[in-house]
Design a protein. Structure first.
Length: 335
């Protein structure tokens, strides 16, 4: 997710001490012109990148060039850990990040990181588009430790297991395989519960680690698999859909406070449009990616009996899920 991922729960402190807090009254002489630096781990043309680029064009038009977005794709400013830290310090204004990176700090968001919490991708979309999605965006923005404003959600499809050793048709096939996971301990525990060996690793290290045998596989969505050329080092891809995790577009709180209320409202409005536009781009990209995977010879296992996989992650729910019981009920109730 996609990537692109924050390495380790320890790193999830988000360099909070370095920011020294945000408090204080907003200056009456708010900045009227700003180049909004935006970053993503994915390349130009990737749905999350393209959606923000289009948002930038709308913002520039709406403000007669007073507010513009300058995109830095393809990990030009580092991985998600580095992007988050830069945003907290105001060196970067906008970043597309994984919910996995936010969960250790804003615990309520961790419910989206639970395995099989959503029935399918359509269910996830209905949740983030509604009351629950808005509520969690507000909690991220209000949390003093993040120093981030959560603007909107973005699709990242489902996360699926791929590897260089053998096709994964059942959980038994995972045994002994070292599979890269995002650094949130919940994800590592999920892979371990499924029978693999979960390895916390930064997204920018996946290709080289698979190439050198440090890991045997990883898990992600088809567009990320293709965009990062992971098909060159992983022959087997299984649609396990064990995690369906939306992503976030966030804004530096330091930079946000330099905007006028009218500019803040405009950016929030355009962010909601960005959320809807990215979804269309995402579904198109998924189809294209799957076609490319098949054409490139990736062996794809598309039909997986999810029942035993869901049962296997019960220990993860026992360990992490009790505090989310009420929220899970609300999520289950969304049609």
């Amino acid at each position: 997710m996609k990537r692109r991922d924050f390495l380790g729960a320890g790193a999830a402190t988000f360099a909070l001490a370095a920011t020294g807090g945000i408090g204080g009254a907003r200056s009456a002489f708010a900045q009227t012109k700003m180049v909004i630096r935006a970053s993503d781990v994915h390349p130009l043309g990737y749905p999350t990148v393209e959606a923000v680029v289009r948002m930038g064009k709308k913002l520039e038009t709406a403000t007669d060039g007073r507010l513009t977005i300058q995109m830095f794709p393809s990990m030009q400013l580092g991985g998600e850990k580095e992007m988050i830290e830069q945003a907290q310090l105001g060196a970067l204004q906008m970043a597309r990040i994984s919910v996995g990176a936010v969960g250790p700090v804003v615990d309520d968001v961790n419910v989206f990181n639970m395995p099989f919490v959503f029935r399918d991708s359509k269910h996830m979309e209905a949740v983030i588009d509604g009351e629950i999605g808005d509520e969690l965006l507000a909690k991220i923005s209000a949390n003093e430790k993040t120093n981030l404003i959560a603007l909107c959600w973005m699709n990242a499809g489902s996360r699926n297991i791929y590897n260089s050793k053998r096709p994964i048709k059942t959980m038994a096939d995972l045994k002994g395989l070292k599979v890269r996971m995002m650094g949130n301990p919940l994800f590592v525990d999920t892979m371990n519960a499924l029978g693999g060996n979960g390895v916390a690793l930064g997204f920018d290290q996946v290709f080289s680690s698979m190439q050198t045998g440090v890991i045997d596989g990883a898990e992600n969505n088809p567009p990320s698999f293709i965009a990062q050329n992971h098909n060159q080092v992983a022959k087997y891809f299984t649609m396990t859909e064990h995690l369906i995790i939306p992503e976030l577009l966030v804004f530096s709180k330091i930079s946000w406070q330099k905007l006028t209320p009218a500019d803040q409202a405009l950016i929030k409005k355009l962010s909601k449009e960005c959320q809807a536009e990215q979804r269309v781009l995402w579904h198109e990209a998924e189809k294209v990616a799957i076609d490319k995977m098949k054409a490139a010879g990736t062996e794809m296992i598309m039909d997986v009996d999810k029942k035993p996989w869901r049962e296997a992650v019960k220990p993860v729910w026992d360990k992490y899920g009790a505090k989310y019981a009420e929220m899970v009920k609300r999520i289950d109730a969304v049609k």
